[in-house]
Design a binder for this molecule. Structure first.
Ligand code: GAL
Length: 312
């Protein structure tokens, strides 16, 4: 265990900076796996693992420019390198374990260049959480644009993909196929015209809770919160959470353990070289007076907090 200072670029157990931005956490076989963007060299998606949420061991770059490709989406024109041999852009990687197929499936926002016009989602798959994923290409779900995104998995295995559509104006929710490699149904067009980005969902106390940001590029803005009795049911109106900058962060993902929740956010550095100064924050999410509250803290021992030992 150990304390992490918010807004610092945390180091892994080898003393190297952790590059796992816009990330995601998957709990599997006693380990937390942390996936995220690594924009260095020929890397795309990094994977670290930890038992205590503080000591992170780098495991693999699960997708690189050299990743094996299989043509699952026949209309795919985009490879992991663009026509000029440069990298395409992969953002906000999310991974689920599929109990039926025994595969780990990655969904990631794909762009060819930085004008964000591709607005597609890429799919990759692997037999292990930290192996070399096979990339199947990208698509636009039912033809819709798909930018900032997240996944959510029910205990029965039903899974959902949520992504920003219509130039970020609407937030779509799709139910996935049983193998998690495609969308099966467009379930919701949420918050139409509200420009919600960076969605993150957690189930707590039998309810589904969603945090999102507004759309201001790398600059942080007022986070908003919504809830529902079921993923496919009616979602509440948006209400504000945190302060006008979401305590200088944008949502990455939410986790729950022992009836306690944590918010993980990115504190982005900005464009170009500034991106590499991007860091992370963890804030407790608490249920108070019938609504979710984000608590500002300068530092936290995440596992101690989840295990209810932590002072905040
Ligand atoms: C943010 C988005 C990030 C990244 C950035 C680029 O709004 O959440 O993932 O795409 O814009 O400006």
């Amino acid at each position: 265990m150990g304390i992490l200072k918010n807004g610092e670029l945390w180091k892994d157990v080898n003393g190297e900076p952790i590059h796992a931005h816009g990330g995601w956490m998957l709990y599997y076989n006693g380990y937390y796996y942390w996936y995220g963007e690594d924009r260095r060299e020929n890397y795309y998606v990094s994977c670290y693992r930890s038992k205590n949420l503080t000591d992170w061991e780098f495991r693999n770059h699960i997708i690189t420019t050299e990743s094996k490709m299989e043509g699952y989406y026949v209309r795919t024109t985009l490879m992991l390198r663009n026509k000029n041999g440069g990298k395409i852009n992969l953002e906000r990687p999310k991974v689920l374990y599929n109990k039926k197929t025994k595969k780990f499936v990655l969904w990631v926002h794909v762009e060819n260049g930085m004008d964000y016009h591709e607005a597609a989602v890429g799919i990759a798959e692997c037999d292990s959480p930290d192996g070399d994923f096979v990339y199947y290409g990208h698509f636009n779900p039912y033809g819709y644009m798909s930018r900032d995104c997240t996944l959510f998995q029910e205990e029965d295995g039903t899974a959902y993909f949520i992504s920003a559509a219509r130039d970020n104006a609407d937030l779509h929710m799709y139910r996935l196929t049983d193998d998690y490699k495609n969308v099966k149904k467009l379930v919701h067009k949420l918050y139409q015209g509200e420009y919600r980005e960076a969605p993150a969902v957690v189930k707590y106390n039998g309810m589904y809770h969603m945090l999102t940001s507004f759309c201001t590029g790398w600059a942080p803005n007022q986070g908003k919160y919504a809830c529902a009795d079921s993923m496919e049911g009616e979602w509440s109106d948006l209400s504000e959470i945190g302060d006008s900058t979401t305590y200088q962060s944008q949502p990455a993902f939410l986790i729950e353990r022992n009836g306690r929740m944590l918010y993980y956010g990115d504190r982005w550095g900005g464009d170009g070289e500034k991106y590499f100064a991007s860091s992370y924050v963890i804030y407790p999410l608490e249920w108070e007076n019938g609504k979710l509250t984000l608590k500002f803290v300068n530092e936290i021992d995440p596992m101690a907090y989840l295990n209810r030992e932590g002072k905040i």
